[in-house]
Design a protein around this ligand. Structure first.
Ligand SMILES: Cc1cc2nc3c(=O)[nH]c(=O)nc-3n(C[C@H](O)[C@H](O)[C@H](O)COP(=O)(O)OP(=O)(O)OC[C@H]3O[C@@H](n4cnc5c(N)ncnc54)[C@H](O)[C@@H]3O)c2cc1C
Length: 426
């Protein structure tokens, strides 16, 4: 249960635990794709850094991904202004190019493919195409969608797929990393570890997926988490990556070697179970449950406007940089965020598009506020140790889940997914 196709590439503990006080110029918290790419870039620029990971490198959301590398992030471009659109495309295309460069040095099963976004709503696709063709040449309308012949898509040429954990293993080889080293408290210029040791820093990069600091920019109201489900089967083949925009049973898929990786059923945390997704896959591909070789779910942080939050925490903590809110499109953004972090540290230059304090009053903000109010006022127990919201019991997965911020506890009450850090009594 919940074993991803990448888990076998996780090698367990490779780095020591930090057992003494240290000082560093840049402290990176979190050893997922964001933390590792940032550490790798800082090392290239001879900037003194240290990365701490509470578990082992790559074992967080990064091991639950499907790892499409694409600049095509649903139909976001049609919601952006022209300037934002150009900035968004530029920084993500640059990130894609850097993965391509890395693939010449390291082996992480990088494969160049076209990526296609499709829907039964032809107008939606047409609108995205019209907006994009002004700024991007390498796109085309795709009428040949495997498994969904009546739908239409928009394809981007020369995108990619990778094995994310092979990449993390390659990049982390010569980095300054401590595993099983959890940060429990953050002050302006130092962090306190679970074992009481202290790390002093000039800059802090929070790459913990859901941030463990920042209150002044109200990220707890601006971020939710979404679950996505994935199954792996054999004996089917597609060329490229495909991602459906349709809410009812829409899927995304790609190949890894001769496996077909199929994702979908995206939902707010606390709502659905993996077995429903397995049933959907069985129906769609006319197979039995035993034919599913891997099956897992993961969750990603969702911002209010579809753009991540990458920038300074708040005006009193300009040396704290937060990276979060990838909306299930974390790979190109993780690469882009490493460059944004470098620019802030090296040149004090800030990237406007992703700043944390941008105005994003929209219907998603009101939805988040409403869900929080309902969950705070309801008498149901147990309560989440993060902000006290009532938890939902997920019968099949035997977990307690927070639909406001995405914390998950197992049936014994132990935290298995943050932002909560303390266990609950059940
Ligand atoms: C099912 C699924 C499919 C996806 N598919 C794609 C895709 O095809 N393409 C794409 O671009 N994106 C995809 N994504 C999104 C992408 O996988 C994520 O955005 C990305 O992996 C997030 O990386 P991260 O480094 O921010 O987080 P993580 O990988 O979760 O890393 C954060 C790390 O911080 C550590 N940490 C947390 N708190 C502390 C602490 N206090 N002290 C020390 N360490 C701490 C955690 O242990 C963890 O290892 C998908 C996501 C899911 C769930």
């Amino acid at each position: 249960m919940n074993k991803s196709i990448w888990d076998e590439y996780l090698k367990g503990q490779k780095f020591n635990k930090l057992e003494n006080d240290i000082e560093t110029d840049v402290l990176i918290i979190g050893g997922g794709i964001v933390g590792v790419l940032t550490a790798h870039l800082l090392k290239d620029y001879n900037i003194n850094y240290c990365l701490v990971e509470k578990d082992t490198i790559g074992s967080g959301t990064t091991s639950k991904t499907t790892a499409f590398l694409t600049t095509q992030h649903e139909t976001l471009y049609q919601t952006l202004t022209e300037k934002q659109r150009q900035a968004y495309l530029y920084i993500n295309s640059k990130a894609l190019h850097r993965y391509q460069q890395l693939s010449k040095i390291y082996n992480f099963d990088y494969e160049e493919v076209d990526s296609c976004l499709y829907s039964k709503d032809h107008n939606l696709i047409k609108k995205e195409y019209e907006v994009l063709k002004e700024i991007y040449n390498d796109i085309y309308i795709n009428n040949n969608i495997p498994f969904d012949k009546d739908k239409v898509g928009i394809s981007f040429k020369k995108q990619a797929v990778i094995n994310p954990i092979k990449l993390i293993n390659e990049l982390s080889k010569n980095l300054n990393i401590y595993e099983y080293t959890e940060v429990v408290k953050i002050k302006k210029h130092y962090a306190v570890l679970k074992n009481g040791k202290i790390i002093k820093f000039k800059y802090l990069v929070t790459a913990t997926h859901y941030p463990i600091n920042n209150k002044l920019n109200f990220l707890f109201m601006k971020l939710t988490q979404k679950k996505s489900y994935v199954c792996v089967i054999k004996n089917e083949f597609v060329k490229g990556t495909y991602c459906s925009l349709d809410k009812d049973g829409g899927l995304y898929y790609r190949m890894y070697k001769d496996y077909l990786i199929i994702g979908g059923n995206d939902t707010d945390v606390g709502c659905r179970c993996i077995s429903k997704f397995e049933e959907l896959v069985c129906r769609k591909f006319n197979i039995k449950k035993e034919d599913i070789l891997y099956s897992w779910h993961g969750q990603d942080t969702i911002s209010l406007d579809g753009i991540p939050y990458i920038g300074c925490s708040d005006i009193f903590h300009k040396n704290h940089i937060i990276v979060t809110g990838f909306n299930l499109w974390g790979f190109t953004w993780a690469m882009a965020s490493s460059e944004i972090v470098l620019k802030i540290i090296k040149d004090k230059k800030y990237f406007k598009l992703t700043r944390l304090n941008r105005c994003s009053i929209n219907k998603n903000l009101f939805k988040n506020i409403w869900t929080s109010i309902i969950n705070l006022l309801t008498f149901r127990r147990p309560r989440c140790t993060h902000l006290g919201c009532a938890l939902i019991y997920n019968k099949e997965e035997e977990t307690y889940e927070c639909s406001c911020h995405g914390s998950i506890y197992n049936k014994e009450g132990k935290v298995i997914n943050g932002p909560a850090r303390k266990d609950i009594n059940v």
